[in-house]
Design a protein around this ligand. Structure first.
Ligand SMILES: [Zn+2]
Length: 476
């Protein structure tokens, strides 16, 4: 038994450092593989490598046994004998996207909340998202089992960093309510033993319990992030939290007169209003400074927030509507119509712009900004497609294409602590790549045209993966 246990531990440690070869994948996964050769030469591509370096055109990337073996100008980079060569003229290659707020469940109007491991794992991979953190679970064992199936090569999907079920204070619903320090310790250790590496705090958790959770998590190498409210960003930073989700729309630092351990009503409208949130107020500079000084990263989730503002997005993503189950599509479009036609909206687009400006100011001040889709809310930000929408929204927030790619790739890898292996196109790193048709620096919408997704150097064809879940989003 002891030998068995050790073997299990070794396998766990081996991921993600050991490559998953195409011939180790099940037939079920291999049907989506378009590039199975161990040595691959991607030629004539525009490369945005994720490090923040300027884009380079006419590049060749050599993949060997799941790693990046060479990157350089196509004119001078030798193609190894026997390599499968793919001419990527007219395409852009970026690192595989690292989504750090990427649930494996899905919600839609009318009270729908479903475990969505089938559709979401596939849509993530097909959209170029090769690593995710689940950042709060609705069906934890389904998440854990989905990750295990992907890691064994039995199901297609991204690398998965498991987060615990949400924990909160009063009004838990499907979340764990944590009311005592003893319970806090028990919660951390139970889920740590089950394989979770992150914990997710939710809005009504009180300071005393959050503090215990963070301390207990750190003792065993787990990390804590939060969509918090009763505890402000600055209070959580002082407690040692490892990441903060959503940015301005959830920062109760911006609610004037907030009482300790109280989550003010309508925090979203309060925190994003021009009066409370502008670079002139103390909360703006103070919150950013606290996070930057203590190296606490922030997760941008603009794709999900955008949807509750009138007229956003200007054009519905037709791929998302096609992927939804018919009744989900109907419920979503009805909700959109209500938002768009509301004569007295509480939320207005300038408030969304304030949230964007806060993210830009945070990054400009040296903060580590990463991104994720958060496929919840009114159901319009789908796994993968919403991550791609983040690309367009972060450009709107004022970042350059190079910066946005970095936010969506290397920065996410840094949040997860996997940047030695993942997050950029550099020699020696794992060959996780997204290939899109078009020039991403001049045509943002090219981010949606994924033609190949490489994970561990194995190339997947997005089209049949997407076809396999058509009409299934909102079901499983
Ligand atoms: Zn979320």
């Amino acid at each position: 038994m002891r030998g068995f246990v050790l073997l299990g531990a070794a396998l766990l440690l081996a991921s993600p450092a050991s490559a998953q070869r195409a011939d180790q994948l099940s037939r079920q996964v291999r049907q989506y593989v378009s590039v199975a050769e161990p040595v691959v030469a991607l030629t004539n591509a525009l490369v945005i490598d994720g490090t923040g370096a300027a884009p380079k055109s006419a590049q060749t990337i050599i993949l060997r046994d799941g790693r990046i073996a060479a990157v350089g100008p196509s004119a001078t980079t030798a193609i190894p004998a026997g390599a499968r060569t793919i001419d990527l003229a007219g395409h852009t290659v970026i690192p595989g996207i690292v989504g750090v707020h990427n649930h494996l469940f899905y919600t839609a109007p009318g009270g729908r909340r479903v475990a969505a491991t089938n559709t979401s794992t596939r849509l993530y991979l097909a959209s170029g998202v090769t690593t995710i953190r689940t950042t709060g679970s609705n069906a934890p064992y389904q998440d854990i089992n989905a990750k295990a199936a992907i890691d064994r090569g039995e199901a297609p999907g991204p690398r998965v960093h498991i987060t615990t079920p949400y924990f909160t204070g009063e009004g838990g619903g499907y979340m764990a309510e944590i009311h005592t320090p003893e319970q806090a310790r028990r919660f951390v250790n139970y889920w740590g033993d089950e394989g979770a590496t992150w914990l997710k705090a939710y809005t009504t958790i009180r300071g005393d319990e959050l503090k215990v959770i963070i301390e207990e998590a750190h003792k065993r190498g787990m990390k804590v992030t939060g969509h918090i409210c009763s505890v402000s960003f600055r209070e959580a930073v002082a407690m040692g939290i490892d990441n903060l989700e959503h940015g301005l729309p959830t920062a109760s630092d911006f609610a004037p007169g907030k009482a300790k351990d109280d989550c003010p009503a309508n925090i979203l409208a309060t925190a994003t209003s021009a009066t409370n949130a502008n670079p002139g107020v103390d909360a703006w500079t103070g919150t950013i400074k606290a996070m930057v000084d203590n190296k606490v990263p922030m997760t941008s989730t603009l794709a999900i927030y955008e949807l509750i503002f009138p007229g956003r997005p200007p054009v519905q993503d037709p791929r998302a509507l096609e992927a939804m189950a018919p009744e989900v599509r109907e419920a979503y479009l009805a909700q959109r119509k209500m938002i768009d036609e509301n004569p007295n909206p509480v939320l207005t687009v300038p408030m969304l712009k304030n949230a964007m400006a806060f993210e830009k100011a945070f990054a400009d001040a040296g903060g580590l900004l990463a991104a994720g889709v958060d496929p919840t809310g009114i159901g319009g930000a789908l796994p993968g497609y919403g991550d791609q929408r983040n690309y367009e929204l972060l450009l709107e927030a004022g970042f350059t294409p190079v910066q946005v790619v970095q936010i969506m790739t290397l920065n996410g890898a840094k949040v997860l602590g996997v940047e030695k292996d993942l997050g950029s196109i550099e020699v020696g790193k794992i060959a996780d790549l997204a290939v899109v048709r078009g020039n991403l620096t001049t045509e943002p919408i090219a981010i949606r045209n994924t033609t190949h997704v490489f994970k561990d150097g194995v190339g997947y064809d997005p089209a049949p993966i997407i076809a396999s879940v058509k009409g299934r989003v909102g079901i499983n």
